[in-house]
Design a protein. Sequence first.
Length: 202
Amino acid sequence: MAGANKIGSSLLFRLIVGIFITILLAFVFMACILFLNINIGKFHFASIKGIWANSISELGGASLKESTNSVNKLGEQIIRQHSEDVAKMLEIYLKSTTKLKVPPEKLFATNDPVLTDIVSRKIGKTGYIAVYDVSNIIRFHPDPNMMNLETRTIYDKLGPDFVKINETALAGQDNGGYYQWPDPKERNKLKPKYQYITRVKG
């Protein structure tokens, strides 16, 4: 009987140890799969945690890119709408003041409050209105140094995308797009800037 108890307890001990070690090894294996990246030569086994973190990172990057694109498109639509609205207001203003016969180069020097109100509107934090005439001369710009400047003289500074937008408008087609703008507030660091040009009819 004592021998049978010894065998039974020995068997029970081996059974418990065998099950415990198996369960312990299973937990260690699952922990490795969950938390450890394993590299063996050319083989790389990514942990579930690593796969999850990469997926979340990729999803976050995709969401950020999509959000940025949506905000940019909204901004472009707002700029285009402002451009079209200002062009229409200028058309109405010019038709109502045809008796004045003021040449384009002197129109903005008249300091007419109605005209000033039309062209001095801000678009967002940094957007503004600029007015060119058909000879490509800037007749209104918030920067006084740009007034009465022939736009082609700044083509080199503003690059081919600006030239394309401007020349397309001069050829008779409203259009817009991005160009590289040297930001004077940041040591002329080039930044993408959106511009939309709407021709004033009449």
